[in-house]
Design a protein around this ligand. Sequence first.
Ligand code: CP3
Length: 353
Amino acid sequence: MTLKNDRFLRALSREPVDVTPVWMMRQAGRYLPEYRATRKQAGDFLALCKTPELACEVTLQPLRRYSFDAAILFSDILTIPDALGQGLYFSEGEGPKFRKIIKTTTDVEHLPEINIASELAYVTDAVSLIRKELNGKVPLIGFSGSPWTLATYMIEGGSSKDFRMVKQFMYDNPEAMHLLLSKLADAVTDYLNAQIRAGAQVVQIFDTWGGVLSASCYASFSLQYMQNIVAKLIKENEGQRVPVILFTKNGGLWLESIADSCCQAIGLDWTINIGEARRRVGDRVALQGNMDPSVLYASPSVIRAEVGNIIHNYGEGSGHVFNLGHGISPGVSPENVKIFVDTVHELSAQYHT
Ligand code: CP3
């Protein structure tokens, strides 16, 4: 099927575009009243993820309001630990929690051997349905958490401020940690390949917590596993390249080594100047990002100015996918998102000839 809007894929391949493409991490979510209504209809967040028709509906909601150049599958990175029997639940106001927590080497050894693709059929069913409903409007992004980021939740039992337990586990039992990460890397590979087969046209790996590691631990406990995954992903589907975006939050110090992983694009948080990032990676990869999500709380004139700065800092030519430096925050006004998206298209035109 030919895409009506292929700007996002073109920018990821650093091919010419008319304007800079834009999408937003967590573009379907609590800031939208229609999302809150569909979540209520589902009962709760996990039920929403596990019902393909409703996951499809909330994936499409932001595309009805805004001119985003990509859709992202509505799901969560914690579906893999859930499928591995950790018992995921969300308690109101506290974020994700697990009934079972990895505490010992034996817990890692006893993780079940399961067929991830079939355990997570609700996700691939959602992918196929979304592709059908999109009908070529924009490309669809599939995603997964990185092995390290998934391991932090499995060992901490939920979100963490200091990562005390996962780091203690890593430093005290590096072999068990590597065993856990390699099991997760196998699961992530199978999961992303299943999403690609079901119709995901781009995949993004969210390494939300890679940036809490030291430089050497990042290389061996996070980046190495993402690199192994990238090497085993399906390279081409439906006659099109399937680009991979690696997003390590707080990974600005390690851009050169991330670019060496053979990914097609690097997701940037807002702590780095995108122009400097571009000079460092050269034309090896495309860049995605990187506006501070909190800018969307500010007034329209501030949003426009900040979008303009980032476009200016990136400079002329293709290879930039505009995004926030992390997911959109819950209390942002839907009107500000419209200003953000339209401004990216409006102000970037002059940088593309
Ligand atoms: O980008 C998208 O629109 C796709 C959907 C998506 C969600 N989670 C939906 C979601 C994606 C890509 C994710 C990824 C995810 N999930 C990450 C990596 C990216 C990141 O933001 O760092 C992480 C760490 C998770 C784990 C997770 N899921 C947490 C920590 C939480 C709680 C967050 C909170 O603010 O309460 C979730 C829940 C979650 N995942 C929500 C959404 C829309 C909110 C649930 C709700 O409706 O109340």
